[in-house]
Design a protein around this ligand. Structure first.
Ligand code: ATP
Ligand code: MG
Length: 479
């Protein structure tokens, strides 16, 4: 897996690296590539988008400006004076420059007081040993690896560990706790015991991290192949109870009169992992995480039937706006979509428990619209029963639902239903002013289509309207 251990020059093939080394030599400063880029090279991790972090023992802004000018006159450099950083994009890669620094923290903020420092100071301030590896770019030492905390060993053993005392590292900047869990999930690494214990003891500190950053890390966890790894760690460390208490409350099982119910937390995580095999859609994954969110608040015990979670889909749908708002997730059509998934998530199952009738499938298609395929994907992931006979019965019923959906869609075009006969036509036909009857007729037409009494076309709907209107005592104008 690992390329040659102490020299990475064969991995630094991008011409910008040589150029940075050359300009650094001219300026008489030492410069290194650090962080995620080095880690991912050593892991052989191929990434579509990535950024490269450059540390120089001098001015990062100065170096970035000079390197950019030497690469291509006019190459735009973004300078962040307040942070002492600068970056440019070259061949679709972001190169970020910073001067080596020393950081000290205050209790109430995760923003450090920063001073110039040595490379060693800079490595000390990094979050994990595997992110603190530095590779020299100066010509005479090009490719030389500096690994003061045995990050290489931790990469080989798949371990997330802080370079310095973990309590201090996490208390200084509690975002690192979420980063630890995110990296453990993305890379499928273990968090070293003392580091994990420190997250447990410092978890409350997460309260000083902005909601946006927290959500950013959750989303990154959410987009990994097995998001359950991250959520189990969040739960174990106490972070979940603070950042997503509603999900925390899914945990646990209760038994009454010898009847138990499943642990909805682990069930939810299983659904989330299962759906992640079939979709990269972040919002469909959020729907999986939140599909049973109202089970704890709707849970009742009925001695005749056991545990019930009545209307947990609708109650869940209503809980979502405040969760999204709190997490600074978008309150637009993304929220609406997740709400729709949560509110409809039981429909295909209920439907396939009984005989799969055309009219039930038509209603489902009408309610789900364009999101019907996503809904089916969610429902299939939701079948986590350990009973193989039950699973195969569900899945074959689902297959039947899918076939009927295809069939009905071709015939009736219900996906984005538009009434084939409009209110204006009804008014015109029966010489009506706006009144109740129009609504009654419109919904009667819709019902007739959903029940399969008529097809979804103008002619059949018009004739149905004439007959129905007459039944209601309305009189059609002579045509
Ligand atoms: P990725 O880009 O895949 O998320 P990365 O390791 O490159 O991973 P970045 O957020 O790009 O992460 O940060 C670059 C480097 O900066 C990290 O590798 C780490 O050394 C350092 N770093 C970033 N955030 C922190 C932090 N909160 N505390 C300490 N060091 C950090
Ligand atoms: Mg990065």
């Amino acid at each position: 897996m690992m390329p040659e251990r102490h020299n990475l020059k064969d991995s630094l093939t991008h011409p910008v690296f040589k150029q940075i080394g050359k300009v650094s030599d001219q300026l008489g400063v030492e410069t290194y590539v650090v962080g995620g880029f080095v880690r991912d090279v050593l892991l052989g991790r191929k990434r579509e988008v990535f950024d490269v972090d450059i540390v120089t023992v001098g001015s990062g802004i100065d170096l970035a400006t000079k390197v950019a000018a030497s690469l291509r006159p006019g190459l735009k450099v973004s300078v962040f004076k307040n942070f002492g950083t600068a970056m440019f994009r070259f061949n679709d890669i972001d190169f970020e420059f910073v001067g080596a620094r020393r950081e000290s923290y205050r209790q109430e903020s995760r923003k450090p007081i920063v001073e110039d420092g040595t490379l060693e100071d800079d490595q000390n301030r990094r979050d994990f040993t595997i992110n603190a590896l530095a590779v020299c770019l100066n010509e005479s030492r090009f490719g030389e690896l500096l690994d003061p905390f045995n990050g290489i060993g931790d990469l080989e053993n798949k371990i997330i560990k802080t370079p310095l005392a973990p309590e201090i590292t996490f208390s200084d900047d509690p975002l690192r706790m979420l980063r630890a869990i995110r990296f453990a999930t993305q890379l499928d690494f273990m968090i070293e015991e003392k580091t994990l214990e420190a997250i447990q003891s410092q978890c409350k500190r997460v309260e000083i991290v902005s909601k946006e950053r927290i959500t950013d890390e959750i989303n990154k966890i959410m987009l990994t192949p097995n998001p359950s790894i991250g959520f189990k760690l969040l739960e174990k460390t106490g972070l979940l109870a603070i950042i997503l208490p509603e999900v925390q409350k899914l945990k646990g099982r209760e038994t009454k009169n010898g009847i138990g119910h499943k642990d909805n937390f682990y069930h939810t995580l299983e659904v989330l992992d299962r759906i992640s095999v079939n979709t990269d859609n972040l919002w469909l994954r959020w729907s999986a995480l939140l599909h049973d969110i109202a089970k704890p608040v709707t849970k009742r015990f009925d001695p005749r039937v056991g545990w019930t979670f009545h209307a947990h889909n609708f109650v869940g749908e209503k809980m979502l706006p405040s969760i999204f708002d709190r997490l600074k997730l978008p309150l637009n059509e993304k929220l609406k979509y997740v709400q729709k998934m949560v509110s409809l998530h039981m429909r295909p199952i209920v439907l396939s428990e009984e005989e799969v009738t055309d009219s039930a499938v038509r209603r489902l298609l009408f309610d789900a619209g364009d999101d019907i395929d996503d809904l089916m994907t969610l429902c299939e992931a939701d079948i986590t029963s350990k009973n193989p006979e039950k699973v195969s019965r569900f899945l074959s019923n689902f297959q039947l639902v899918r076939e009927k959906l295809k069939d009905i869609e071709q015939r009736d075009a219900l996906r984005n239903f538009q009434p084939p006969v409009t209110g204006e036509i009804i008014m015109e036909t029966f010489s009506l002013l706006p009144c109740r009857e129009i609504g009654i007729l419109k919904s009667a037409i819709k019902e007739a289509i959903l029940e399969g009494e008529i097809h979804n076309n103008y002619e059949e709907a018009y004739n149905f309207m004439l007959a129905k209107g007459e039944e209601m005592g309305l009189k059609a104008k002579d045509v």
